[in-house]
Structures are given as C-alpha cells and as structure tokens.
Design a protein around this ligand. Structure first.
Ligand SMILES: NC(=O)C1=CN([C@@H]2O[C@H](COP(=O)(O)OP(=O)(O)OC[C@H]3O[C@@H](n4cnc5c(N)ncnc54)[C@H](O)[C@@H]3O)[C@@H](O)[C@H]2O)C=CC1
Ligand SMILES: O=C(O)[C@@H]1CCC=N1
Length: 262
C-alpha cells in the first residue's frame, strides 16, 4: 500500500509522522511538498521520498490532501490525469465538500473526506470519515484504516463534518488555550512557571485518562467537588463567567466558519 501525502504542513505532517510511528515503512510513503525546506526536513527526519505530484500519485493507492482548503480543487485538477483507477483520494481539508472534489477526478477514483486533528502526531488523533457519492465502501474502509493508524476513527454522514470540525478538528486549540490560561493563573498565584506547567499538563492528562475510562464527566466532576469546598468555589466562578455558553458559542462559530469555507 503506497500513500502519497500532498501538503505535509501541520496536519499532513502530523498524519505522516503518526503513520510512520504506527509502523508504515518510510518507503511506502511519498511526500509532495511545495516548500523545499519542509520537503528536505521531512526527508531528513523520516527517510521518506519527496516527488512532484504527478509522479507521486501515479504510484499511490491512497492520496492524502493536506493542503489548505482553497488548494484542494486546483491540486486535484493538476493530478487528475495521473490518478490511477481504484485510487482513493482522502482530503483532510475543512469546508471542502466531496461534491466540489468529485468533478475534478476521473471516474473510478473514490473521494473520501476526513476531518482529523493534530494529536495524530502522537497516535492520539480523532478523525471522522465521510465517503463521497462515488466512493466505494472499500475506499471508505481504507481511509478509516489509514486514520486508525494515528488515532480513533468514527464514520459520519458528510452533513455532520462541519460539526465534527467544530468539536474535534479545532478542539485541540481549545485545550491548548485553556492550558495556557490555566498555567498563567498558577503563576499569578505565585507558582514557578515550570511547576505550574507540570501541574496543569499532568492534571489534563490524568483527567483525560479518567474520562476515557467511561465514567460520565458529571460524576467525575462531582467526585472532585466537596460541599462548600474549593472546587465548588471555582466552578461557581466558571459558571458565572459563562464557560458553558462560551463553548456553545465557540463551537457554533467554528461550525459556521466551516460552512462558510465551502
Ligand atoms: N491544522 C489543523 O489542526 C487541522 C487542519 N486541517 C486541514 O488540513 C489542511 C492543512 O492545514 P495545515 O496543515 O494547518 O496547513 P499548513 O499550511 O501547515 O500545511 C499546508 C502544507 O501544504 C503545502 N502546500 C501548499 N500547496 C501545495 C501544493 N500545491 N503541493 C504540495 N504542497 C503544497 C504547504 O507548503 C504546507 O506545508 C487544511 O485544509 C485544514 O483545513 C484539518 C484538521 C485539523
Ligand atoms: O482552523 C482550521 O480551519 C483547521 C480546521 C480544523 C482545525 N484547523
């Protein structure tokens, strides 16, 4: 199985690193990257080949598109004549529907839309997969397998991809912003920045592990909240400052933006 990744920046690069970490042989992954210094860095770091797009896709069973949304259709148009029958195109782009991509590829090429996230870099990604109208079930399964190498995968109808983008695609940034604010709050309380960073990151990681155990978040929260105690005081302040409403508004804004991009 040969995989070509066109556009190996933050997201394409995370999928590349995750695939290699998961055991894909470097010889089976070809990178197409417009920035020569990025291409050189990936060759050096991962031992992958870099080729011009038409040569790369001519060899590929799966073509992963990691370019910006506005680049997706032009890239497809530029590689259309080199795509082999039976190839699966996997687009990682936000806001580009399969209905916009399918006219750019020949019949017999499946287009699958995936919304991944950057923790794919460490094998802890979250991806949602949606096949286009002309995608074969095998192609959808191949895309799910590919992303399964770098994290968890759900299959959704394409109509839900904008919601997925708002929740898990952009989601890591919400966590990182919370982490920054939380560390800074520790510094305000007199902790060293190093200690505050360790406390926050391990608290996030440990809490994520507890959440993964399957206990409902509300129960886990209650277990921390002593009546009249410190947590109740903090949660009261978060409620007063509109934490839940902020999440509703933030994810709605991302959802609307994802729709606008298309
Ligand atoms: N960054 C993220 O957390 C996520 C990004 N995405 C999607 O992934 C895509 C890429 O986003 P980022 O990685 O953040 O952007 P980026 O700018 O880091 O990466 C894009 C890469 O594509 C390369 N490129 C551009 N045109 C090219 C071409 N014609 N041929 C070969 N390489 C080309 C650029 O040099 C760059 O390295 C976007 O469509 C975005 O919607 C999806 C989910 C999460
Ligand atoms: O910000 C963006 O548009 C991309 C899509 C999801 C995460 N990053």
């Amino acid at each position: 199985m040969t995989i070509a990744i066109i556009g190996a920046g933050n997201m394409g690069g995370a999928v590349l690193a995750g695939l290699l970490e998961a055991g894909h042989a470097p010889e089976s992954v070809i990178v197409v990257e417009a920035r020569e210094e990025q291409a050189a860095a990936l060759r050096e770091k991962h031992g992958v080949r870099t080729l011009p797009a038409p040569e790369a896709v001519a060899e590929a069973d799966i073509v992963v598109l990691g370019v910006k949304p506005y680049g997706v259709v032009p890239v497809l148009e530029s590689i259309a004549s080199s795509l082999r029958q039976g190839t699966t195109v996997v687009s990682l782009a936000a806001g580009v529907p399969t209905s916009a991509m399918e006219p750019a590829v020949p019949d017999g090429v499946s287009v699958v839309r995936v919304m991944p996230n950057t923790p794919a870099l460490v094998g802890e990604g979250m991806s949602a997969v949606a096949g286009g109208a002309k995608a074969t079930p095998d192609a959808v399964a191949a895309a799910a397998d590919l992303m399964g190498a770098v994290g968890k995968v759900v299959t959704v109808p394409e109509s839900q991809i904008d919601a997925v983008t708002a929740i898990s695609g952009s989601g890591p940034a919400y966590v990182f912003m919370i982490a920054e604010a939380w560390i800074e709050a520790g510094v305000h309380l007199g902790l060293t920045r190093d200690d505050a960073t360790t406390l926050v990151i391990q608290t996030l990681a440990g809490s994520a592990e507890l959440l993964k155990s399957g206990t409902h978040p509300a129960i886990l929260r209650e277990q921390v909240t002593s009546p009249g105690g410190t947590t109740a005081a903090a949660l009261g302040a978060l409620e007063q400052n509109g934490l839940r409403a902020s999440f509703l508004e933030a994810t709605r804004a991302a959802y609307v933006r994802s729709k606008e991009l298309s």
